[in-house]
Write a protein that binds this ligand. Sequence first.
Ligand SMILES: [Zn+2]
Length: 160
Amino acid sequence: MLPLNREQITAAFLKSNDQSEALQVPELASVQWSFLDYFGWVHPSGHLGFVVLSSPNDGQLRGIRMSRAKRSAKKPRMEMCSWCHHVHKANGTAMFTVQVKGSEGRHSLGNVVCKALDCSLRIRNLVQPESFMRETLYQPAKIWRMQATMHKWLGRANQL
Ligand SMILES: [Zn+2]
């Protein structure tokens, strides 16, 4: 994706009518934008996740706020990210939930996603360890699949 500055990121959330109080945009100087398909970060509290991506409908930036819950598994077990399909051995994912816009908080949609929202780096094999289950699918197809999944999810939540 193209590099974003702090103003653009904040504006993407304001446009979505999102209260920006909890929005703590991380340090952007070290972000390698060319490796990213979406920009995601986790609030220091660990209870919120944020994603900025361009809408497939109009190409404009959208800021999506999600609640984030750790998944507690009694036994270590493999977990797969529903966006990038990275398979974690244990404790690698979190439940991210987005409100359905217009439902006044009555409806929400959850997804099990890499807990640090670093799917783009995982698709490009820039994070260790590698996926526990290797896929033969080539990289552009993985990116396409991830974007399609995110668009479908956010579309159902009226967030795109
Ligand atoms: Zn992922």
